[in-house]
Each structure stands twice: as structure tokens, then as C-alpha cells.
Design a protein around this ligand. Structure first.
Ligand SMILES: Cc1cc2nc3c(=O)[nH]c(=O)nc-3n(C[C@H](O)[C@H](O)[C@H](O)COP(=O)(O)OP(=O)(O)OC[C@H]3O[C@@H](n4cnc5c(N)ncnc54)[C@H](O)[C@@H]3O)c2cc1C
Length: 507
């Protein structure tokens, strides 16, 4: 039997960082919100799960956005949002964003201290010293502009007029930079092929694309703010961020319903009216925000084929194979960096499994593991096609996972000799896991821009369905916790103005 409820001003589908950010900011302005999350916990790709005394980060563990205003300007969105909500999130500063281990004995740390990083790169490529400085100065220039502009919606004419009038030269300069790619900019200054591969892995490490396919503007946030706002890890692990956002929503009277999967968005005459849950109950609101991917929102939650999003419209990022390991702490040296990237062969760094991402967050927060143990989270890109043949409960699936994991561990021994023997707990996840836990089509990391596309071609928060909005990594500016936080801010700011209660500037 279907029951109907007039529920809140705004319904949010999914308690990912994008959805929670939008809900918290709207609720703080007195616009009532109701969040439905299919899982019993918040955070999606930025959540944590517990096993045998360990607390693992399900996905994200490199965090921007916790800097102070003096260092990162307006880019420290987490700091500003939690200040606005009156919620405290303690973090630990990480002096190295990533330690790269690349072919041909090329290893370099992307240190917080910009000079240390550039000097290390120049040591390896002395003849490219001027080019290295000039390229990274370009990223700094983008950072300097972005960090001085207030966050808001690019679809909000009032916001655009305010920013344009207040910062005319910066706005024009930024608009011109949106047409540029990181890789083409690098080629203006740099000739050395190995160094250009390094620029590629700098992009691939967060964008899962080479530098030519990566917009300069996005690179200016990630590869410059690491030296200003820096990388800061939340005490208690990645799950501390969504939990704090939930506290903010509830503090101002909002509601979050866990284990509540939305099965349909109710659309009448081209307008979103509410949602239907898997149990058949229906909830109505003035606006609906979807934190699901663009494919899940328009091809699964909306049945009207007029809104269908064809597969080819976006390049689909791969999914992931992940190893969550509990290891004896003696295998990790005391001065080991937290985050590492390993490439064995430049020919296949961007092929499935070609690059190993590695994090050991217990180097910063030992409370995440039992005494004497560390966490190792190693992951590689993986395609659904290679895994969908398996029955998830079957022995063949378990064996395939074990074999794949063994190969990743063997490759990781290059930086951690003895790792295989130090493993005491092993939890493995494939694209099937991603699809199941996160409701993400093919377990994908999300839609990517095609080479040559302008960053502004990413979908914004409004959609073809009236009063249906989108947040998260399917929307501008894209993947990453700080990026989806921006999408939540811009979505809340657009809706709040529409409801006649504009957001106050985040200070
Ligand atoms: C392995 C991995 C490593 C990463 N590392 C980093 C990193 O180090 N730093 C970084 O910044 N970023 C990292 N990222 C990226 C970052 O985690 C994501 O871009 C970001 O968290 C995505 O947030 P989101 O709001 O778009 O949605 P999601 O995290 O996908 O959350 C969406 C939520 O909606 C829920 N949902 C979906 N459909 C429904 C429905 N129908 N009904 C109810 N609920 C629903 C899901 O259960 C989920 O909780 C990583 C991602 C992965 C997978």
C-alpha cells in the first residue's frame, strides 16, 4: 500500500558529501530538508566502515579544504561550512600530499612546502628548471584567482553579477583559463618526455585522466592548494566529515533517514514533485536534489524516456578494485608518507590496474587500528566488464579477487618489502561492490569530460526536469570531496535564492 507524506521543502536523494552539504546549508537557512540514504551510514565514497577493530576509509583519504583563510582563501570550504554550522571537525596536517614511485627509479614527494617540491623536481630535471617553475606558476595563478572569489552558483545571475562587478579582471582571466588544458599548458614550457609523463600522473592521481584531458582550472585547485591550504586528515577517518555534516543538518532541525532507498523520482508535467521509496511510501517536496550519478538519476530513478541520458554523452570513468588491509605495523617504516602512487610502466599507467594508489592513514591517526597494527588501503582502476561475469557469492568470484589482490600486493612490495607476510586482515572490493554499496552505475567514478571539452560543459545543478536539482561528482566541477562540496554549496545557494532566503557568504 502506498502512503503519502508532505515532508519537507527539499528532499535529498543520497547522503554523499554533495547531498549532505546542500542539505546542511539549506537547513541552516531555515529551509527544511529530508535526506534519504539507502545505506545505514552517511558519506558514500567518503564513508568509513569497521572490521575487526579497524576503521577503513571506503574511498577518499586525501582531503583539501580544511586550510585557514590566510593560506587558502575561499577554497577552504570545509573550514567555512563547519564554521557556519558551528560544528568542530579536528584534522591532522599531512606534510606530503603524495609520494610518487615512478619508472626508471624516479621518486618524488609532492610536499606541502612548495619550494621543497619544486627543488626535488628540478634536481631530477635540471635542464627544465625554468619550465618547471613557469608551469607550476600557471597553477598558482589559477589558485590565486579562485581563492579570492566567493563560492556560489554559476547559474545564479545575482552571484555572477556580484562576482563580475567586484572582481572584473579576475573574472575575465578565469573565464579565459577555462578553455585551457593542464597538459597543453605544460607543453608550452616543458619538453622532456619523462617530465611530461610526471605531469600526466599528477593529473591522473585525482582526475583519472591524462593532463591534456584535464582542465587547467581543476589542476589549479588540487596541485596548488596542496601547498597553501594543504592536505589535512580528519581525526577519526574520512567518515568524520559526513558525520559532522549530519550533525549540522540535525542541529538545525533537518532529518536524515538511513536504510531508505529511493526507487523513483515522482515527475508530473515535467516537474519533480517528490520521491517514492523502495517500500512504496511517497514523499512530496517543493524541490528534489539527487546525489546519484547522472546515469542513475535519469536512467533508473526517472522512467520517462524523454530524460534518458545516453551512455555516449559522457566519458565513463572506470571503477575500482580495492584492498583494505590490516597489517603488522613493523612492515611500515616510521618516516613513511601516508599516500603513495606507484607506476611500474608508463605504457600502461592509465590502463585498468596500471597505477597503484596507496594510503596508510594510521600513520596520522593510529586510533583507526588496534595497537601495533596499521591500515593499508591500496586500490587500482578496474572495469565492470572484467567482473560482471561472476556471481558475487560464488567461489570463482572469491578466487578471482584473491588472485588479483595477490598481484597488487606483490607489486606494492616494491615500496613495502614484506607486505604479503604482514597482512593480518584482508577485505577486497570490486566494481560489483561499488555498484551495490553506492548505487553507482557500473561502479563508475563518475562522468568525465572528453579531451578538449571546457570545464563549464560539466552539468550544473539545474536539470531538464523543473525543480529537480543535481549535486555530486556528476556535476560541476567534478570528482573529489572538495569538488562535490562545491557542488553542494552552489546547489544550496541556487535553491536558497529561489526560495527567497539567499545563503549568507561563507566566511
Ligand atoms: C577508491 C576511491 C578513492 C578516492 N579518493 C579520494 C581522495 O583521496 N580525495 C578526494 O577528494 N576524493 C577521493 N575520491 C572521490 C570522492 O570520494 C568522491 O568524488 C565523492 O565522495 C563523491 O561524492 P558524491 O556526493 O558525488 O556521491 P557518493 O559518494 O556517490 O554518494 C552518493 C550517496 O547516495 C546514496 N544513494 C545513491 N542512490 C540512492 C538512492 N536511490 N536512494 C538512497 N540513497 C542513494 C549512496 O548510497 C551514497 O551514499 C575517491 C573515490 C574513490 C571511489
Amino acid at each position: 500500500m502506498t502512503s503519502s507524506h508532505e515532508s519537507a521543502d527539499v528532499i535529498i536523494i543520497g547522503a554523499g558529501i554533495g547531498g549532505l552539504t546542500a542539505a546542511a546549508l539549506l537547513q541552516e537557512r531555515g529551509i527544511s530538508t529530508l535526506v534519504f540514504e539507502k545505506n545505514p551510514f552517511p558519506g558514500g565514497s567518503c564513508s568509513a566502515f569497521q572490521r575487526a577493530g579497524y576503521s577503513f576509509d571506503a574511498g577518499a583519504s586525501v582531503f583539501y579544504g580544511f586550510g585557514e583563510n590566510g593560506s587558502s582563501g575561499t577554497l577552504n570550504l570545509h573550514t567555512r561550512i563547519f564554521r557556519k554550522l558551528g560544528i568542530q571537525v579536528k584534522t591532522i596536517h599531512d606534510p606530503v600530499q603524495i609520494h610518487y614511485h615512478l619508472p626508471n627509479d624516479f621518486a618524488v614527494s609532492a610536499s606541502y612546502d612548495r619550494k621543497t617540491f619544486l627543488d626535488a623536481l628540478i634536481d631530477r630535471f635540471p635542464s627544465e628548471a625554468d619550465g618547471i617553475r613557469a608551469f607550476y606558476r600557471e597553477l598558482d595563478d589559477v589558485h590565486a584567482i579562485l581563492s579570492s572569489l566567493p563560492a556560489g552558483s554559476l547559474e545564479d545571475v545575482n552571484h555572477l553579477l556580484t562576482v563580475g562587478a567586484g572582481y572584473p579582471l579576475k573574472t575575465i582571466s578565469l573565464a579565459l583559463k577555462t578553455f585551457r588544458s593542464m597538459g597543453k599548458t605544460a607543453r608550452r614550457y616543458i619538453r622532456d618526455e619523462e617530465l611530461l609523463r610526471f605531469i600526466d600522473i599528477e593529473a591522473y592521481s585525482w582526475a583519472v585522466q591524462d593532463a591534456v584531458s584535464t582542465p587547467l582550472v581543476n589542476a589549479g585547485i588540487c596541485l596548488a592548494d596542496r601547498h597553501y591550504g594543504g592536505i589535512n586528515y580528519p581525526v577519526g577517518g574520512s567518515g568524520a566529515i559526513p558525520k559532522a555534516l549530519c550533525r549540522g543538518i540535525e542541529k538545525f532541525g533537518g532529518q536524515i533517514r538511513f536504510q531508505s532507498a529511493v526507487s523513483a523520482i515522482l515527475v508530473e508535467n515535467g516537474e519533480a514533485r517528490g520521491v517514492r521509496l523502495a517500500d512504496g511510501s511517497e514523499y512530496f517536496a517543493k524541490a528534489v536534489i539527487s546525489n546519484a550519478t547522472v546515469w542513475d538519476t535519469f536512467n533508473r530513478l526517472i522512467s520517462d524516456s524523454r530524460y534518458r541520458v545516453e551512455k555516449e554523452r559522457f566519458q565513463q570513468a572506470p571503477s575500482w578494485f580495492q584492498l583494505f588491509l590490516g597489517v603488522d605495523s613493523s612492515v611500515i617504516p616510521a618516516d613513511f608518507a601516508v599516500h603513495h602512487i606507484l607506476v611500474d610502466d608508463w605504457q600502461c599507467y592509465n590502463q585498468p590496474g596500471g597505477t597503484i594508489y596507496f594510503s596508510s592513514p594510521t600513520m596520522l591517526d593510529p586510533s583507526l587500528a588496534p595497537a601495533g597494527k596499521h591500515i593499508v588501503h591500496a586500490f587500482v582502476t578496474a572495469e565492470m566488464d572484467a567482473w560482471q561475469q561472476y556471481d558475487r557469492g560464488g567461489s570463482e568470484y572469491l578466487e578471482a579477487k584473491e588472485r588479483f589482490a595477490e598481484r597488487i600486493i606483490a607489486r606494492t612490495e616494491r615500496i613495502l618489502p614484506g607486505l604479503a607476510h604482514a597482512v593480518e586482515l584482508k577485505v577486497l572490493a570490486t566494481p560489483l561492490t561499488h555498484e551495490r554499496y553506492l548505487n553507482r552505475f557500473n561502479g563508475s567514478y563518475g562522468p568525465l569530460l572528453r579531451p578538449g571539452q571546457n570545464i563549464l560543459q560539466k552539468p550544473q545543478n539545474t536539470t531538464p526536469v523543473k525543480n529537480l536539482f543535481a549535486v555530486g561528482d556528476s556535476t560541476f566541477p567534478g570528482q573529489g570531496v572538495i569538488a562535490v562540496t562545491y557542488s553542494g554549496v552552489s546547489c544550496a545557494s541556487y535553491i536558497a535564492r529561489k526560495f527567497g532566503t539567499p545563503l549568507e557568504e561563507l566566511v
